[in-house]
Write a protein that binds this ligand. Structure first.
Ligand SMILES: Nc1ncnc2c1ncn2[C@@H]1O[C@H](COP(=O)(O)OP(=O)(O)O)[C@@H](O)[C@H]1O
Ligand SMILES: [Mg+2]
Ligand SMILES: [Zn+2]
Length: 247
């Protein structure tokens, strides 16, 4: 229709002009996808292939609610009050990353720029970016975490705790919060406020093990900013999808 120019001819009330061709939007989405950094394993994760089990009822309710909340987040994006999304679950393999990528892919289709970063990987890249010998790509990591229209931060807090980590994460989250830039994050750390109790579990040996909380790992400031700017989606008591499905 446009012979690859991105503009096509239109006739309106006898006048001829040009208008943006649909292929331009499709090309933009393609470019955005190429730069989205989605790990190959999650390339097909979508809202439509997220399975809500019929049994047990708890899982149906929890996963059904989570899926609905993520769908609403996408539909209403960007919500003026809380433009971000935080997926929390202490269990692994329950679909946090799947849902985060599914939301991000739906937003990419609408022409929003989204960049995926595994938290640990991002911090490693930022750290090596300070090293003069490292390549420009590493120095870019920090900028992309600050500037991307939508940042997807997977497995927040999965890193050893150092002052440097806390400062870096606080800087990224604070910057994004101040500039009203949306963030989609996942974490399996417990949150003392949400749990409403001391967070601990008993190990096989019978001793109480205290799990580090979100606040202890990323610091109180980053945690409070995160809660301010994100809708919270909690997934409780659901079995690991991979274990259950024998993968
Ligand atoms: N309800 C679900 N429906 C379809 N696939 C799922 C579901 N839950 C998890 N998965 C798949 O199982 C794997 C593990 O899920 P993942 O999102 O990585 O879990 P988490 O981030 O909570 O640890 C992924 O490949 C994901 O696509
Ligand atoms: Mg995950
Ligand atoms: Zn065209």
């Amino acid at each position: 229709m446009c012979e690859g120019t991105g503009w096509k001819r239109v006739e309106r009330s006898g006048l001829s002009g040009v208008t943006r061709c649909e292929c331009a939007a499709a090309a933009r989405t393609e470019t955005l996808k190429e730069h989205s950094n989605i790990p190959p394993r999650y390339l097909n994760a979508s809202l439509d292939n997220f399975i809500v089990p019929t049994e047990p009822p708890m899982a149906r309710k929890n996963l059904g609610t989570a899926l609905m909340q993520v769908r609403a987040f996408v539909r209403e994006f960007p919500a003026p009050e809380r433009p971000g999304l935080l997926l929390l679950s202490e269990s692994n393999g329950v679909g946090k990353t799947h849902l985060a990528v599914a939301a991000m892919r739906a937003l990419l289709e609408r022409g929003h720029e989204c960049v995926f970063w595994d938290y640990q990987n991002l911090l490693d890249r930022i750290r090596s970016g300070y090293d003069a010998a490292s390549g420009a790509a590493d120095r870019e990591a920090y900028r992309s975490a600050l500037d991307a229209e939508i940042l997807v931060l997977d497995d927040l807090g999965a890193h050893r705790v150092t002052e440097w980590v806390e400062d870096t994460v606080t800087a990224i989250i604070t910057y994004r919060c101040n500039h009203r830039k949306p963030l989609i994050a996942t974490t399996n750390l417990p949150d003392a406020d949400l749990a409403g109790q001391v967070v601990a579990y008993t190990s096989a040996g019978g001793t109480a093990v205290y799990k580090k909380t979100l606040t202890e790992t990323i610091g109180a400031r980053a945690r409070s900013r995160l809660f301010e700017m994100c809708r919270l989606v909690r997934i409780l008591d659901v079995e690991d999808y991979r274990v259950k499905n024998g993968r």
